[in-house]
Write a protein that binds this ligand. Structure first.
Ligand code: NDP
Ligand code: BG6
Length: 468
């Protein structure tokens, strides 16, 4: 079992960006669930430049929770609303920070969580301003993604934040690390001993990881057009999933050993060859509000990743992510080598298909083993049969990622957050694709992206559509 090396439990939650999209869609609903399960025992202090009254702030939080769960319980909402407090003020105005310090004093807070749900360009400024009133000595920061824009800016951001907060008090969010299904990769790999002997280059032919979204940029056009799919998802969510699939077992239960193994496997990952990467943009993206009429930003990316480790040398890893695709799913497919020959088939029937392990990491998470079984009839032919488990049906419903991560941040548990060296390595891997992005190929919504992505695979192989 992985254990946490906890820091002290927080006594206040300060929310920068509490009037924003992330707070509305994810953070307030998560706070509701924490309140409902008695995990929220601290004041929640919003900081906003917006000229809102306390009442307007509470109403906003209330509406956000109801939008996420129309049946939200009034008996839970009421105490939650009582926890909320809003500090209205400009970040450039020193009195805003003095008010924040005084407010924390009033709550006798000595160990707050400072959650930065704000544009990333503001992270260094807010960190410095916290230090200007001594609040860097009175808590930890939670930093949203994207953490940097490229390798250099990620290193620079780490350097800047480290002048104010030590590494152990910087919690970098990648909400995929908060998903039960993604965390299950650790349990699946390291609790099922039958997998370990075959989880390597000797038996694995290739790995595919797909993260497909059917939605487009959904009102986030102005943010997305400065980012694109490589920075938005490939560098973080997707490479974190690859790291969990590819890493060696951690040396021990403490969180640093998990990060150590991720850092090792990321170090063994070659920087992506831009000629092995395909970018796409859905038709209609340029008409989205906030998107440039001549935007070259990708809403789809597919790439080959190679890991030059003892375990994985020579095994191609194919990853793809896109918006406006056929279906919403996240799935990793491990494809095993074909049997060397089909015995007993005197009739010379079709060669047996390959075994697959399909790990579904999206909403309907679970696992499917694709095996070969005898086709009924006189010949010894084989065909695919699936052995499948739906985790929600088998194990019950689980908590949302942001609920778990907020709870971890408040409890001071760093295990599900990303460490500096791992984040920097992921930027190193995608950097050539940022430097030499190549053309962006159009694709229609509701498809699997540009046809050019198919050519990445070679060997007559195809992208495997997610199993749901
Ligand atoms: P928003 O654009 O909605 O901004 C959040 C808030 O930041 C605003 O409401 C604004 O509040 C405040 N703000 C402070 N300084 C500035 C500034 N200089 N310019 C603009 N706004 C400012 O962002 P999101 O809520 O979408 O994202 C917040 C963070 O979370 C970002 O780092 C983002 O990358 C990350 N994130 C967001 C996701 C999402 O789905 N929205 C998903 C994953 C990560 P006010 O003016 O009242 O102070
Ligand atoms: C966010 C990206 O980090 O992850 C979004 O910024 C994306 O563009 C989202 O839609 C997907 O998260 P999930 O949990 O819905 O797979």
């Amino acid at each position: 079992m992985l254990v946490d090396t906890h820091q002290p439990t927080a006594d206040a939650l300060v929310l920068f960006g509490s009037t924003g999209d992330l707070a509305k869609r994810k953070l307030f609903p998560a706070l509701y669930h924490l309140e409902r399960t008695d995990q929220l025992n601290v004041p929640v202090i919003g900081v906003a430049r917006s000229d809102w009254s306390d009442e307007a702030f509470c109403q906003h939080a209330h509406d956000a929770i109801i939008a996420a769960d129309p049946h939200a319980d009034a008996a839970v909402l009421e105490p939650l609303m009582k926890r909320l407090d809003l500090i209205q003020g400009d970040y450039a105005d020193q009195s805003t920070w003095e008010t924040l310090r005084d407010t924390l004093d009033r709550h006798s807070s000595s160990n707050a969580v400072f959650y930065m749900a704000i544009p990333p360009s503001m992270f260094p400024e807010v960190a410095r301003r916290l230090a200007s009133v001594g609040l860097n000595e009175r808590g930890r920061i939670v930093v949203e993604k994207p953490f940097g824009r490229d390798y250099e800016s990620a290193v620079q951001l780490n350097t800047t934040l480290h002048t104010v907060f030590p590494e152990e008090r910087i919690f970098r969010i990648d909400h995929y690390l908060g998903k039960e299904s993604v965390e299950d990769l650790l349990v699946f790999r390291f609790s099922n001993t039958m997998l370990e002997p075959i989880w390597n280059r000797r038996y694995v032919r290739s790995v595919q990881v797909t993260m497909s979204e059917s939605i487009g940029v959904e009102g986030r056009g102005s943010f997305y057009d400065g980012v694109g799919a490589i920075r938005d998802v490939l560098q973080n969510h997707l490479l974190q999933v690859v790291a969990l699939l590819a890493m060696e077992p951690p040396a021990g239960p403490e969180p640093q050993f998990l990060s150590d193994e991720k850092a090792k496997v990321m170090t063994a990952m070659s920087a992506i060859d831009p000629s092995r990467l395909v970018r796409g943009q859905y038709v209609g993206y340029r008409d989205e509000p906030g998107v440039a009429a001549d935007s070259q930003v990708e809403t789809y990316v597919a790439a080959q990743v190679t890991i030059e480790s003892w375990r994985w040398a020579g095994v191609p890893w194919f990853v793809r992510v896109g918006k406006g695709l056929t279906t919403a799913a996240t799935e990793a497919v491990i494809e095993f080598h074909s049997p060397p020959r089909m015995l007993f088939d005197e009739a010379g029937g079709p060669p047996p298909g390959r075994n697959l392990v399909r790990l579904r990491l999206g909403k309907r998470d679970g696992v499917t083993f694709t095996l070969q079984a005898k086709t009924p009839g006189p010949h010894l032919d084989s065909q695919d049969v699936d052995v499948s488990v739906d985790f929600a049906a088998a194990l019950g419903e689980r908590s949302e990622a942001y609920e778990r991560l907020l709870s971890d941040a408040l409890r001071g548990s760093p295990r599900r957050f990303a460490r500096q060296d791992v984040v920097e390595q992921t930027w190193r891997v995608v950097q050539p694709a940022l430097d030499t992005p190549g053309p962006v190929h159009p694709y229609f919504r509701g498809t699997w992206g540009p046809a050019e992505a198919e050519r990445l695979l070679g060997n007559g192989d195809h992208w495997l559509a997610p199993s749901i």
